[in-house]
Design a binder for this molecule. Structure first.
Ligand code: SAM
Length: 308
C-alpha cells in the first residue's frame, strides 16, 4: 500500500480488492494457501471463510504487531518472517507445495497511522520506516549515510520524483549542518520542492521511496516470486496486489514470461515457454466505490496467474 491518504477511523487495515483477490485464488476447501502479507488479516479471514475443516492457511508478516490480528483458528499458522524466506519456512512447517499464494504488497494503514514508526509525512516522529523492527537500517541512516548519487537514484526509481537529484543534494546540504532524524527534518528539506497543489503527492512519493529502500522491498518481491515457481502446484494460483509501477511491472513480466525482464523464452521448436497462464489480461483495479470508501486503495493493481 503506497498511498498515505488519511483514514478517519483507526482500523488496522481495510483489505483492498478483497472479493476479487480471494475469488482469484479459486479456493478449494481442502487446499493449502499462503497469505505472505498478513497485516490486519482481512484477506486471510476471507480465505479461512472459504476453506473447509481440512484446509490450511500459512501467513507471513515481518512486523510483529500483526500478531495481534491472528484469529483463533487451528487451520492458520503464523510465520513472523520476511516472505523472501517463503520456501524454507513452508518446508519448516511441513509444506512442500501449495494451492495458492496471495501477496498484498507494501505496508498497512496501521503503519501510516502510528507516528513513532515514521512512515507518514502527516505526523512528527522518528524517521524509522522499518517494517521489521529488528532490522538494522532506518530511513534516517539512509538519509545521513548514502552519497548523493545513491540518494538521487532511489528518489528517482522508487519515488518517481522528477527533482530527485536536487532533492538528494538538499539532503546532503542539510546533514552537513546536523543529522537528519525526524519526519519534520525531511519535510523541511522537501519544502522548496512541493508546489502547493502537488504537495501531498511529492511528500508521499519521497516517503515511499525511502520506505522501499529501508525494507528492501523490490529484492524481497523478486526472491519471493522466484520461489513460487517451486512451491505453487500445477493449477495453483498466484494473486499479487501492487501499489507502485515498478512492482507492477515486475509482477506483470514475471507472470507473462517467468522472468523479470519480460523476455519470452522459446523451446527448440520456437514455442514460447511460460510457467504461468495469465488469468486477467487486463489489470484489476478497485471500483470507484471502493476508492471512494477507502482512498488508500487508489493505486492498487491486482494480477492473477495460474501455474502450468
Ligand atoms: C498491505 S498490508 C497487507 C494487509 C492485509 N492484506 C489485510 O487485509 O489486512 C502488507 C503487510 O505485509 C507486511 N509485509 C510487507 N512486506 C513484507 C515482507 N517482505 N515479508 C513479510 N511481511 C511483509 C507488512 O508488514 C504489512 O503488514
Amino acid at each position: 500500500m503506497a498511498s498515505d491518504g488519511g483514514q478517519d477511523e483507526r482500523v488496522y487495515h481495510t483489505p483492498v480488492l478483497l472479493a476479487e483477490c480471494v475469488d482469484g485464488l479459486n479456493i478449494s476447501p481442502r487446499g493449502v494457501y499462503v497469505d505472505v502479507t498478513f497485516g490486519g488479516g482481512g484477506h486471510s479471514r476471507e480465505i479461512l471463510n472459504r476453506l473447509g475443516e481440512e484446509g490450511r492457511l500459512i501467513v507471513f508478516d515481518q512486523d510483529e504487531e500483526a500478531v495481534e490480528n491472528i484469529p483463533a483458528d487451528l487451520r492458520l499458522t503464523f510465520v513472523h518472517a520476511n516472505f523472501r524466506f517463503l520456501k524454507n519456512f513452508l518446508r519448516y512447517h511441513g509444506v512442500d507445495a501449495v494451492d495458492g499464494i496471495l501477496a498484498d504488497l507494501g505496508v498497512s494503514s496501521h503503519h501510516f497511522d502510528i507516528s513513532e514508526r515514521g512512515f507518514s509525512f502527516r505526523f512528527p516522529g522518528e524517521l524509522d520506516m522499518r517494517m521489521n523492527r529488528n532490522a538494522q537500517k532506518k530511513a534516517s541512516d539512509i538519509l545521513n549515510e548514502y552519497d548523493v548519487v545513491r540518494l538521487s537514484d532511489l528518489f528517482y526509481r522508487y519515488g518517481e520524483l522528477r527533482n530527485a537529484r536536487q532533492i538528494a543534494s538538499a539532503v546532503a546540504r542539510c546533514r552537513e549542518e546536523k543529522p537528519i532524524k525526524e519526519t519534520d527534518d525531511l519535510l523541511a528539506i522537501l519544502e522548496p520542492f512541493t508546489r502547493r497543489e502537488k504537495e501531498k503527492k511529492i511528500l508521499a512519493q519521497a516517503f515511499q521511496a525511502l520506505r522501499i529502500e529501508v525494507n528492501g522491498e523490490m529484492v524481497a518481491l523478486q526472491e519471493m516470486l522466484l520461489q513460487t515457481l517451486r512451491v505453487v502446484k500445477p493449477g495453483g494460483r498466484l494473486c499479487v496486489i501492487s501499489y507502485h509501477s515498478l512492482e507492477d511491472r515486475l509482477v506483470k513480466n514475471f507472470f507473462k514470461t517467468g522472468n523479470f525482464e519480460g523476455e519470452a523464452i522459446k523451446d527448440f521448436y520456437g514455442n514460447v515457454e511460460t510457467p504461468f497462464t495469465v488469468i486477467n489480461r487486463k489489470v484489476i483495479v478497485p471500483s470507484d466505490e471502493e476508492q471512494h470508501a477507502n482512498p488508500r486503495s487508489r493505486s492498487a493493481k491486482l494480477r492473477i496467474a495460474e501455474k502450468k
